[in-house]
Design a protein around this ligand. Structure first.
Ligand code: ADP
Ligand code: GLC
Length: 481
């Protein structure tokens, strides 16, 4: 079986969130089952700067966007695995920007539709070129940036003869790829398609993925159910319910070659569930990094997150100062995003310099060091399709306190309701007082050393390996080819 996977981010080349982690791992895990997996992502400026050993094709293509032609090329990267390749789709104007992948100064790029239309159409041009030697059986698209591939293959004579199974994975239904009607012409398709993609007065690329794919997946079983409800369906719940026979929830895995405290190269000291002494050293190093009081007994509460509405940072800002005021905790946060939240967290660190450490940046090393050195990880997400940091935290013995939603509900077992199997603390009413109650329960157990270490160790032994998830995807592919 030959699979083409399309996404806008991929570890280790480019990352803004969990999508990149998934695309860095899932194709690798699938190579054990499939004959060949090819991943297509844009050739961003950050990737160009990595000087990867890329092979340029002689093949070039032109894509008409509006009234202009844009030239494109593809670069091939052979991975360390024989049956995994990455194809970077290149266009200087669209992808080699200095700023963030999707936004500048807090606003989406005005030409995001054109950029990702170019990416989708360009990827298909490259696939046509590659198909002279081999046929793809599965096209697997991720999120709105690649959803148009499902639609274009439907319309293309070339693909129609041998239509691959189209799988569309929703990582976050709320990021829809919504655009004004005045931009519809950019897609280069008949205007009669507008009605199918229409979404509350605009059009949505997410809808294209849902309508024109054979299989829809989301990144946890609970989120697969949630998106079919009015509360979490962001206006697409009826459409999703209509398509429910093709919706499947598959929990993301964790790449334990990257996120493993026994081997993690970013840590000052490694550790395992058998020997936790290294974790204590990581805690001291974390306190030193953030210039906090060096105190091994005070619990460190932590956050690594995009600072966005989804992540519920307002609850943290309500609860954490109270605990800091009472000298019950230290707090560290790594995150960036919403300027207002950034300002508020900055103020918090000014107010409690020896107790709260705030890094308003993106830093891979620090993300690992926080996972390792902290005691408790906070995830009061309003919704969470899967969530990866909770799973990383479990492996690093950093007990999660989280809202019972989406993939958090599927990964964390609440200790208060199940003392034998519990791995963290869940609250199921979304407000400040329930969040505080859950944190206080955790802080209470923290005081009892043996009980806490059993709880940590149980979490560390959980296994969210990609093999299980890749297996589930492979079985789904097989049902349709
Ligand atoms: P989402 O994709 O919604 O942001 P996930 O929990 O799936 O949430 O994944 C977030 C990923 O991004 C994790 O790998 C996390 O460590 C990483 N991350 C988020 N913010 C930062 C940051 N400021 N610095 C480093 N890594 C970050
Ligand atoms: C999205 C979701 C997150 C998920 C990630 C990877 O960014 O917000 O919950 O873990 O995609 O699937």
């Amino acid at each position: 079986m030959r699979v083409a996977m399309f996404a806008s981010e991929m570890v280790p080349y480019i990352k803004t969130g969990g999508l990149a982690d998934v695309i860095g791992s899932l194709p690798r895990a699938l190579t054990e089952k499939c004959d060949q997996v090819d991943v297509f992502i844009p050739y961003y400026r950050e990737i160009e700067r990595q000087n990867l050993p890329l092979r340029k094709f002689n093949f070039k293509f032109n894509i008409k966007i509006g009234s202009r032609n844009y030239k494109g090329a593809a670069l091939e990267l052979k991975s360390d695995l024989e049956n995994l390749k990455v194809y970077f789709i290149d266009n200087f104007h669209y992808f080699r920007r200095r700023s963030h992948l999707y936004v500048k100064d807090g606003q989406d790029y005005r030409d995001n539709l054109a950029r990702f239309t170019f990416f989708c159409r360009g990827s298909l041009e490259v696939i046509k070129y590659l198909s002279s030697t081999e046929i793809y059986h599965v096209f697997h698209m991720h999120d709105w940036q690649t959803a148009l591939i499902a639609l274009y293959t439907e319309l293309s004579n070339f693909f129609h003869k041998n239509l691959p199974t189209r799988v569309y994975t929703i990582h976050n239904l709320a990021y829809q790829g919504k655009f004004n009607r005045s931009q519809f012409h950019i897609l280069g398709i008949d205007s009669s398609y507008y009605d199918s993609l229409e979404y509350w007065g605009k059009f949505s690329l997410m809808k294209a993925g849902i309508l024109f794919s054979d299989i829809i997946t989301t990144v946890s079983p609970t989120y697969a159910k949630e998106i079919q409800t009015q509360k979490s369906g962001v206006g697409l719940e009826r459409l999703l319910r209509k398509n429910k026979s093709k919706i499947f929830g598959i929990l993301n895995g964790v790449d334990y070659t990257i996120w493993n405290p026994e081997t993690d190269r970013y840590l000052p000291s490694n550790f395992s569930f058998k020997d936790l002494s290294g974790k204590a050293r990581c805690k001291v190093a974390l306190q030193q990094h953030f210039l906090l009081n060096e105190n091994p007994t005070i619990p460190i509460l932590s956050v690594v997150s995009r600072l966005a509405w989804q992540k519920g940072m307002e609850l943290i800002l309500k609860v954490v100062p109270k605990l800091l005021e009472q000298n019950m905790i230290q707090f560290v946060l790594l995150g960036m995003g919403d300027p207002k939240l950034e300002y508020q967290f900055n103020e918090l660190s000014k107010k409690y310099p020896l107790k709260a450490g705030i890094a308003l940046t993106y830093n891979d090393y620090l993300a690992h060091q926080i996972e390792a050195g902290a005691d408790i990880f906070l995830m009061p997400s309003r919704y969470e399709p899967c969530g990866l940091n909770d799973k990383y935290s479990l492996r690093y013995g950093t007990v999660p306190v989280a809202y019972k939603t989406g993939g958090l509900a599927d990964s964390i077992i609440d200790y208060s309701s199940d003392l034998k199997r519990g791995t963290g603390f869940l609250f199921d009413t979304y407000d400040e007082s329930h969040f505080l109650i859950a944190i206080k329960k955790a802080l209470k157990i923290f005081q009892s050393k043996d009980e806490w270490s059993q709880l940590m160790r149980r979490g560390m032994r959980q296994n969210f390996s990609w093999q299980n998830s890749a297996d589930a995807y492979f079985k789904l592919y097989q049902t349709r080819i």
